[in-house]
Design a binder for this molecule. Structure first.
Ligand code: CP3
Length: 344
């Protein structure tokens, strides 16, 4: 059966424009909270293929999205490279042993050694594929090397990125070594996700905006493109979505062999269309907080549909859904995307 979502990623004509939501498997769903409570904590949930499969499928069944996104986290990669990851409730992720120097980096596993340790992710994918309806796509994902490196160097989420930036300006060689090592792991990790059965790849560069525009290519984009091109060369039938968050100043310089460009909520869709709409399918853009109001949601869905007339796109949020969004408002968003784009 043809998957509308895959056709849309390749810019083919579809009966309606497909939609999914970043962070669609998560805390706004009571069903997710129940499974997470059974698992004990968030990392246990990531490590348990049966439970991870169950929460991956929840938004497909409950909200009616056109694609499932694998339930996992970007930080399982540095965790399996040998860093010590903890998720502290109310505080977020924490590495107790951040990378300070070359010796710290050398201690970490690289390449296939690290990628081979993520078996629970590949097992989760296989289980999901057994249960996901044929007409729905499964999106696998990774963090961009830069976004992963921010956690590996800072040890936790940061507002200032001062430790990474000190390294960027005073020891760029070490930062590049870290990025190159992560890139090698991620290439093989995504290849193994494809071999396990994912239909689409998304690369999240959530902290792209921390880099000044003139240096974004050097410290992040070129590594994302290297990963995308490695995968496109071997698996041209698998669409690749790039999501660099918060870099409107870089739109003129975007290059590379990939299929879909994820537009964050701070970038006007009309600007993304003008700069990139001839070259890539565009995805996303709705400010996630619009989900607090059905009226605000409908207005934005209609505006995006109108803006994208004559160009291919995929509906999504311009970043992740927040935990206190009412489930019925999330359903409303999906229904509205289908309504406004359905061919008469
Ligand atoms: O539905 C989905 O999108 C699939 C699952 C998914 C999670 N994390 C589950 C998760 C995905 C795609 C991610 C990616 C991820 N993880 C990113 C990139 C995407 C983005 O939102 O920008 C980043 C930066 C992370 C790192 C991370 N994981 C942080 C900063 C946090 C804590 C902040 C928070 O929202 O609590 C997490 C935890 C996390 N990852 C949760 C979920 C559902 C919440 C954990 C919980 O259940 O309490």
């Amino acid at each position: 059966m043809s998957k509308i979502f895959i056709d849309a990623c390749f810019g083919k004509d579809t009966p309606y424009t497909p939609v999914w939501m970043m962070r669609q498997a998560g805390r706004y769903l009571p069903e997710y909270m129940k499974v997470r409570a059974e698992a004990g904590n968030f990392l246990n949930l990531c490590h348990d293929p049966k439970k991870a499969c169950e929460v991956t499928l929840q938004p497909v069944d409950i909200i009616g999205v056109d694609a499932a996104i694998l339930f996992s986290d970007i930080l399982v990669v540095p965790d399996e490279m040998g860093m010590d990851l903890e998720f502290i409730t109310g505080e977020g992720p924490k590495f107790n042993d951040p990378i300070k120097n070359e010796a710290d980096l050398d201690r970490l596993l690289g390449g296939d050694e690290a990628a081979s340790k993520l078996t629970y992710v590949y097992d989760t994918i296989k289980l999901i594929k057994e249960q996901l309806a044929d007409d729905k796509a499964l999106i696998g994902f990774t963090g961009a090397p830069w976004t992963l490196a921010t956690y590996m160097i800072e040890g936790e989420g940061t507002k200032t990125y001062n430790i990474c930036k000190k390294m960027m300006y005073s020891n760029p060689e070490l930062l590049h070594k870290i990025l190159a090592k992560v890139t090698e792991v991620v290439k093989l990790y995504m290849e193994k996700q494809i071999q396990a059965g994912i239909d689409v790849v998304q690369i999240f560069d959530s902290w792209a905006a921390a880099i000044e525009p003139g240096m974004y290519d050097e410290f992040s984009w070129k590594y994302m493109v290297e990963i995308a091109e490695y995968l496109k060369e071997k698996y041209p039938h698998i669409p690749v979505i790039m999501f660099p968050k918060g870099i409107p100043a870089f739109l003129d310089k975007v290059y590379g062999n990939f299929d879909v460009f994820g537009v964050d909520w701070s970038t006007p869709m009309s600007l993304a269309k003008e700069k990139l709409g001839d070259k890539y399918v565009l995805q996303g853009n709705m400010e996630p907080c619009r989900l607090y109001s059905k009226e605000a949601t409908t207005k934005c869905v209609e505006t995006i549909q109108e803006t994208m007339q004559g160009k291919r796109h995929i509906f999504n949020l311009g970043h992740g859904i927040l935990p206190d969004v009412p489930v019925e408002n999330a359903k409303h968003f999906i229904n509205e995307c289908h309504r406004v784009s359905k061919k008469a």
